[in-house]
Design a binder for this molecule. Structure first.
Ligand code: SF4
Ligand code: SF4
Length: 107
């Protein structure tokens, strides 16, 4: 399993989550690379953070840090947000470690 970031992160992106992640598995990705759009009223926040499912250890430390409740265990992703499971998985699929490291965000 893994934890998943979903839509409230778009337009918020304060990075509180990644500051507590013990394995640094958050990646800072332009939402357009995920097939999504930035919020019309927040064009200065074009990215969201997503979690590498192969690296997340499901510790849950990031969940209470998010001010907009945009992180949950995979099994608890709310109805209407479940597309983020595949959006997340598909973005990581086939990327080399070298490619991924360009996006990894650490404190
Ligand atoms: S659940 Fe733990 S390991 Fe997974 S992203 Fe959150 S802080 Fe990192
Ligand atoms: S998931 Fe939450 S805490 Fe992390 S960057 Fe997005 S809005 Fe901020």
């Amino acid at each position: 399993m893994a934890h998943i970031v979903f839509s409230p992160c778009i337009g918020t992106h304060d990075t509180a989550c990644m500051k507590v992640c013990p394995v640094n598995c958050f990646y800072d990705v332009p939402v357009t690379e995920l097939g999504l759009e930035a919020k019309a009223d927040k064009p200065d926040l074009p990215n969201m953070l997503i979690i590498n499912p192969d690296e997340c250890i499901d510790c849950g430390l990031c969940v209470p840090e998010c001010p907009v409740s945009a992180i949950t265990p995979l099994d608890d992703v709310p109805d209407g947000e479940k597309q983020y499971i595949d959006i997340n998985k598909n973005w990581f699929a086939g990327k080399s470690t070298e490619d991924l490291d360009k996006y990894r965000i650490t404190p």
